[in-house]
Design a protein around this ligand. Structure first.
Ligand SMILES: Nc1ncnc2c1ncn2[C@@H]1O[C@H](COP(=O)(O)OP(=O)(O)OP(=O)(O)O)[C@@H](O)[C@H]1O
Length: 294
């Protein structure tokens, strides 16, 4: 069953492109990643799903219901963490969370305490005494306190230190095991690869790739940099599977996809000072999609 169905979703801000003809579904109990560079349209898509802004055309269904028409009803079952959190600074954390909880017809006090403990959040502090990262934690607790069926997170890890990111991902995995469906946006490929079953890649307002993470990894390019000790014949690395070849002084870099043994053989036949084999970052993967004309 699809928890989210997005059909031809398009949003223009006046003449400015927001998103164009977005189509994808998120299945029940899936952890779905939505990834793209700044300004690609991730927040616009998520805000439209939450009926915080209205689409120019197209639409989406959540739990089988139109996300705009049935917005208030649907939102009771959604936990949302916006990319930037703004609060009434003078309130205490616990008062703010109790106020948020009052919108749901259930007692959330026990869950608030549990979540605050997991995220190491002091409930008695005033909001304006909190650091950016701690404000983010308030947002996380606020988004999860009513044990929502669907969790939508917009760049949730920005501002969290690595330990907290880890705890937060464990928390999400636990929510997912208990039955929640999760959609989260990010511009960090690594965290999406680690967490998600499937991913949609968005660029300049359009979906350019929709993949299972396993397929994305199989297709994955390695980024190879070689530091040479002596000049090399110009076409030495010009073999099948090599793209984006660049030379910078005595360092040659390229993307490689193919049989890694062939590449290792090629490397073993020359004298080198150093070699780096890395996962390409998101920009480089985008560059590759771009070159394919996607
Ligand atoms: N309120 C607005 N008015 C005009 N243009 C907007 C508005 N909000 C977003 N846009 C434009 O819509 C496009 C998509 O922006 P959006 O914030 O959805 O991207 P994003 O992928 O979430 O990026 P980021 O990671 O930087 O938040 C951008 O070109 C942006 O300039």
């Amino acid at each position: 069953m699809n928890v989210i169905e997005i059909n031809g979703l398009t949003k223009y801000y006046g003449k400015e492109r927001g998103i164009i003809d977005i189509n994808f579904n998120v299945e029940e109990k899936e952890i779905f990643g939505f990834i793209g560079p700044n300004g690609a349209g991730k927040s616009t898509t998520l805000r439209t799903l939450l009926a915080l802004i209205y689409p120019t055309s197209g639409g989406a269904k959540i739990f089988g219901k139109d996300c705009i028409k049935h917005g208030p009803e649907i939102k009771k079952e959604i936990g949302y963490l916006p990319s930037e959190v703004f609060y009434y600074d003078k309130m205490n954390v616990i008062d703010l969370l109790n106020y948020s909880a009052s919108f749901y017809k259930k007692n959330c006090s026990k869950r608030i305490k549990e979540l605050a403990e997991i995220m190491d959040l002091n409930l008695n502090k005033r909001i304006d005494d909190l650091s950016f990262g701690n404000k983010k934690k308030v947002g996380i607790v606020q988004g999860l306190l009513h044990e929502p069926k669907l969790i939508i997170l917009d760049e949730p890890t920005s501002g969290l230190d690595p330990l907290m990111q880890q705890r937060f991902f464990e928390l999400l995995q636990e929510e997912n095991r208990k039955g929640s469906t999760i959609l989260f946006s990010s511009h960090i490929l690594g965290e999406v690869q680690r967490m998600c079953n499937r991913v949609a890649i968005i660029k300049e307002g359009k979906i350019i790739q929709l993949e299972k993470i396993s397929a994305l990894q199989e297709n994955n390019y390695k980024k190879i940099r070689v530091q040479l000790t002596a000049a090399l014949e110009q076409n030495y690395f010009n073999i099948e599977g090599v793209s984006n070849l660049e030379a910078n002084g005595n360092v040659i870099s390229f993307l490689f996809r193919g049989n890694i043994n062939l590449m290792m053989k090629k490397l073993s036949e020359i004298e080198i000072a150093n070699v780096w084999v890395e996962e390409p970052d998101l920009e480089e993967i985008f560059l590759h999609f771009y070159e394919k004309g996607a």
